[in-house]
Structures are given as C-alpha cells and as structure tokens.
Design a protein around this ligand. Structure first.
Ligand code: GLV
Length: 358
C-alpha cells in the first residue's frame, strides 16, 4: 500500500533566538543518537531547538530509536543507527537524517527520499584523519608493532634478538589502493612520502588524482598481484559487498597484508580467515569488521598478525567535533527550509508531503 503523509507543520510559534540572528525558524525537536564531542549540541540548542541526546554509551535499540524518531523533526545519527522504511514510516515529522559519517550505508538514500527526508553526510573533513589511521595500521602490521608490544607486556622481551618480530619494509614496497576517493588519495600521498610505489583501482580512472598522488591505475586483479599491501577505501554498496573474497585473496601476493578502514562487509571474513590460516596472507589490519563489534570468539582474534581496532579511523578530537558540527549545520539548514550543504539524496516532496510504501 502507498500512503501519503502530509508533512506536519511545527505547531509552535517562531521566537527570537538568544544569538539574535534574523534567520528565524520555529523550534524543532532534534534527536541525537549519542553524545558527540565539540560544540554541535550547544549550537543546535543556541538556535532555540529542543535537543534530546541519547544518554547511553551503547546506541539506542531499534525500539528506542523508533520511539524517538516518531517525535522528531530532525535526527543526528551515527553509523550504528540503521534507519529503514519501517522506522521512517513511523516518523511523520522527520525532515532530515544528518549522519555523522561520510559513509551512509545505515540509511538508504532513496528510501529516505521517498519518505520526504533529507539524508546528509560529512564529506571532506575526515579524509586526512582516516588516512592517518590507515597508514598507522599499515605500519603497525608491517612492523609487528601491536604483537611485539603485547609480547613485551607479557614478559617476552628477554634480550635483543636478531630474529624476533622480523617484519616487512614499507619503503620500496607497493601499496594497492582499492578506491581512490578522497581518503584513498590521502593514503596515496602518505605512501609516496614513504617511498612506496602506489597503484590504485576503481570504477573509473582519475587522471587528476593520478597527477596529484602519482598513483598508477591497474585493474583489480593486476593490483592484487602487484601489491605488498592492499588498503580498501570503497563505500559499501551491493557491488563492493565481499569484494575481497577467496579468489581475490588467492590473487594477492603471498605474505601481503590487507588493511580495511572502509566497511567490514567489503571483506569476506571467512575467506580472510582461510587465507590467514593457510599462511598465504602475511597479516590484516582491520578498523572495521562484520559485525561490529567483532565477537570475542571470532577466529580473527586468534592470529598474532591481525590487528583489530574498534572503528576509530576518524576518531581524533578535532575531526569528530567537525563531523558533528557539519551534521548540525545540515540540520539547521533544513529546519530553516534551506537545502542542506551535504545532501546525499533529494526528498521527492520535500516540505510538502511524502509517499512511502508500507
Ligand atoms: C565512518 O565510518 C564514516 O563513514 O565516516
């Protein structure tokens, strides 16, 4: 059945904001699904909006999210908040989901558009910070930083050893970047500074990015054959789901290391476990897993040459604060009936009504 829901108008009068700006919008109800760092919440409140922040360390349950969205005009969400058609259908006033992330695989843009809801993300601000982390993981995996630290703490450091923790050189090695978007490019620039050869693959060649980064385009299989390190930087889409599967791992060089700061589902983890167990791969460094968090019983924790971090690639104080501020700016724009600065969809009937299949 297709139902048409009239967009609820705010039933409250506009009022002068403490800041005294002339850009008046009626007070709106904003739900924020976790406390972000920085000034975003204060900014939203300073505009006179009623902001409710989920207080838990864990994300709201589906039921709690549904209850909050049912009352909300805007939502500031995290990658952990899956918002589907059913939740959107139960959120008649909702006008914007401002995801505090560059990725938005937790909300389908077309479904949100059909529901008359803007979806926005935070491009631009997190590329350098995420690239720092991808490179930190590459270096740590190459040089056994985590495994040797763990060993030292456990009393394993008995003497200087000519053979302990022999790793792989980063300089002079080939880095394969899967997806030369803004994060992939930032990783490529770091790699050239480390005297690596950089190759990349993607749906289309990017001559401008090639000029800036020095990266050479290769088809995926040729890239996998050539690379000592493969770093994944694709969004999660139906095409990239399990892109790194058993045959792709088999194509990689023996002893090569895979780094993933994109989305866990881009890697077929069972295939990764098999490629590590057979000794074909030299290691893996994963900031993202499937599922998240990765259950402690998962076999990936059993490999000393695997590093697992809890989806923290964009987690610097400055960057996470900027991401929250961008999300807040998107919300403020939509609540003031302006187009948001970072849309990833365009609501079919924005501000008038919506159709949504139920
Ligand atoms: C984090 O994973 C993001 O997409 O920003």
């Amino acid at each position: 059945m297709v139902v048409t829901l009239a967009k609820q108008q705010y039933g409250r009068p506009a009022f002068a904001r403490p800041g005294g700006t002339s850009d008046l919008a009626p007070m709106a109800r904003i739900f924020v699904t976790r406390t972000p760092p920085g000034t975003a919440i204060a900014t939203l409140r300073a505009h006179g909006h009623q902001v409710s922040v989920w207080p838990g360390e864990l994300p709201p349950s589906r039921e709690a999210l549904a209850a909050a969205l049912a009352e909300a005009d805007a939502a500031l969400t995290m990658v952990t908040d899956r918002i589907d058609e059913e939740l959107l259908a139960g959120a008649p006033s909702l006008r914007i989901i401002a995801n505090m992330a560059v990725g938005y695989d937790n909300v389908d843009p077309a479904t949100a558009a059909r529901a008359g809801v803007w979806l926005t993300n935070t491009p631009g601000v997190l590329a350098e910070t995420t690239a720092d982390m991808a490179f930190a993981l590459l270096m740590a995996a190459a040089r056994n930083v985590v495994a040797s630290d763990r060993d030292s703490r456990a009393g394993g450091w008995k003497t200087w050893s000519p053979t302990a923790f022999l790793g792989q050189d980063v300089h002079g090695a080939t880095l394969g970047i899967v997806g030369l978007g803004e994060i992939g490019q930032a990783v490529a620039l770091r790699a050239t500074g480390f005297k690596m050869r950089v190759v990349y693959t993607g749906r289309t060649r990017k001559p401008d990015a090639e000029r800036v980064t020095g990266a050479e385009w290769l088809p995926l299989d040729a890239l996998l054959r050539a690379s000592d390190f493969v770093s994944v930087h694709t969004p999660l889409t139906p095409e990239t789901h399990h892109l790194m599967d058993a045959s792709r791992f088999a194509t990689m060089k023996r002893g090569a290391i895979v780094i993933n700061t994109a989305r866990g589902q881009v890697v077929d983890q069972d295939a990764l476990v098999a490629a590590l167990s057979s000794g074909h791969l030299g290691g893996a460094a994963l900031d993202v897993t499937d599922p998240e968090p990765l259950p402690l019983t998962h076999p990936l924790y059993g490999f000393p040459n695997v590093i697992i971090t809890p989806h923290i690639a964009s987690a610097s104080m400055a960057t996470r604060s900027k991401m929250a501020e961008m999300a807040a700016a998107n919300i403020l724009a939509v609540l003031a009936s302006r187009e948001p600065p970072n849309p990833v969809n365009r609501p079919a009937h924005s501000g008038e009504g919506r159709t949504i299949g139920t």
